[in-house]
Write a protein that binds this ligand. Structure first.
Ligand code: GUN
Ligand code: FE
Length: 429
């Protein structure tokens, strides 16, 4: 069945930082028409009343359609502990995170939060995410089962964690391997679901567990690896003391075969030159999590250095350490992080990161990320001016870039008019 949508339409075809003229990184149709059929994009083009008529065209004139947002790092079990006061990473984990995650041994509880979590994603315009579960395999079942009900493209995995956490949250090297393998066989490539091998971070895995995680990756090369890296200075010191034989934090993952073009390392704030080189050599990926990095006082991510080294970067909310599910809010804070380093983040680069850049960082830009023919029809309808202040600000705006920048700074879930997944509306304001 064919569906047509009339609106202003923006999508990216390239990284704005990689092209000579920013205009060649995107296509913008002031009065555009997006046609989708059976959950796939057929075309995006200027609207013409002569050619398209008015019947059967969903009229979103005055709104902006962009590809669905991609969140490259988020923890669904931490939804309820968002905004937990006062601690930095390691104390925050002990005080708030581990007790919260314990609840997901109960499948019914995991089902309930998974449903709530997906509602939060789509009501914020996010249509694909790379998601941490808990150590419990049933937490991942809960999430994928919920995603299947709306045919949403998710990448997720069970946490592997066999030391340095409360006993009630530990698996063993062997059980984590067996459980992860069973989940891969059950879910990876089923519908739109994809699996990520998910050691929490180096401090909570023994060398034996990391060895088995690497073995699993070697057995299933097209599944993802998803973990945390160099978020907090105390964390980095701890890794050095736990793995004194390794050259540094990233070398731990590299040594166990966990780097690569489908390996996503959340944060990666405090990297050495050698680590940047390893990122480039292995084509590994970074998830930049601005609200989390500010909230936990972790540090300022060097997006400009990633760009210089040709390292792929996606945008992550990292809820519950992140303080918003919303990618506009996330970009707002990303902009400020760059300002604090004397750098800029343009609206074009920001929106690229939230869409095509996210898809590229997950190596699924052949499936999602823009409106090229045959891509999966995941998109958001944005309201430019959901508030009086936004209306006033937009009224004095004369260029697309300025309007997009104001949206990126002032926008949040109030600006999400509707969200479509697989060509079907899954959220309406
Ligand atoms: N490092 C290890 N676990 C976590 C987590 O749950 N959140 C964040 N932000 N960092 C981590
Ligand atoms: Fe995280």
């Amino acid at each position: 069945k064919t569906k047509r949508f009339r609106a202003s339409i923006l999508h990216f075809v390239n990284d704005p930082a990689k092209v000579e003229k920013v205009e060649s990184s995107y296509e913008y149709f002031e009065d555009g028409l997006l046609t989708v059929r059976n959950g796939k994009v057929v075309s995006v083009e200027p609207y013409s009343r002569k050619v398209h008529g008015r019947r059967g065209v969903k009229d979103y004139r005055g709104k902006l359609i962009v590809p669905g947002f991609v969140d490259t790092h988020i923890h669904f079990p931490q939804t309820e502990m968002i905004a937990a006061y006062g601690e930095q990473l390691l104390e925050w984990l002990e005080t708030y995170t581990f007790p919260t995650e314990k609840q997901f041994e109960d499948k019914a509880y995991a089902d309930k939060i998974a449903k709530f979590f997906l509602e939060q994603l789509v009501s914020n315009g996010t249509t694909t995410a790379l998601v941490f579960g808990t150590v419990h395999p049933q937490s991942v079942d809960a999430l994928f089962e919920a995603a299947e009900t709306i045919n949403m493209r998710l990448v997720a995995g069970k946490v592997m964690m066999n030391r340095n956490a409360p006993n009630y949250l530990l698996d063993t090297a062997k059980s984590s391997y067996d459980d992860s393998k069973a989940l891969i066989q059950k879910w990876h490539g089923k519908g739109r679901n994809l699996y990520a091998i998910t050691p929490r971070f180096a401090p909570t895995s023994t060398p034996e567990q990391l060895t088995l995680a690497g073995k699993l990756k070697a057995e299933f090369p097209d599944v993802y690896v998803h973990t945390h890296l160099s978020e907090n200075l105390n964390e980095i010191e701890w890794v050095k003391s736990l793995f004194p034989e390794r050259a540094g934090y990233l070398d731990v993952y590299d040594h166990y075969g966990l780097t690569g073009d489908k390996s996503v390392f959340a944060h990666s704030i405090h990297l050495t030159d050698d680590e940047w080189a390893t990122f480039a050599e292995t084509d590994s990926v970074i998830s930049f999590c601005p609200t989390s990095n500010l909230f936990l006082g972790s540090g300022l991510f060097k997006l400009h250095v990633a760009e210089k080294n040709g390292v792929r970067v996606g945008l992550g909310t990292d809820v519950g350490a992140g303080t918003s599910f919303n990618q506009l809010q996330t970009l707002n804070e990303a902009y400020k992080i760059m300002q604090l380093q004397g750098k800029k983040l343009s609206a074009f680069k920001g929106l690229y990161l939230a869409t095509l850049g996210g898809a590229e960082s997950l190596s699924i830009d052949h499936l999602i990320g823009n409106f090229k023919e045959d891509k999966e029809a995941d998109f958001v309808v944005l309201n430019w001016d959901a508030t009086k202040l936004q209306k006033l600000r937009m009224s004095r705006s004369t260029t697309l870039e300025d309007r997009l920048f104001a949206l990126m700074m002032l926008g949040d879930d109030r600006n999400i008019e509707a969200t479509y997944v697989d060509g079907r509306k899954v959220f309406q304001k």
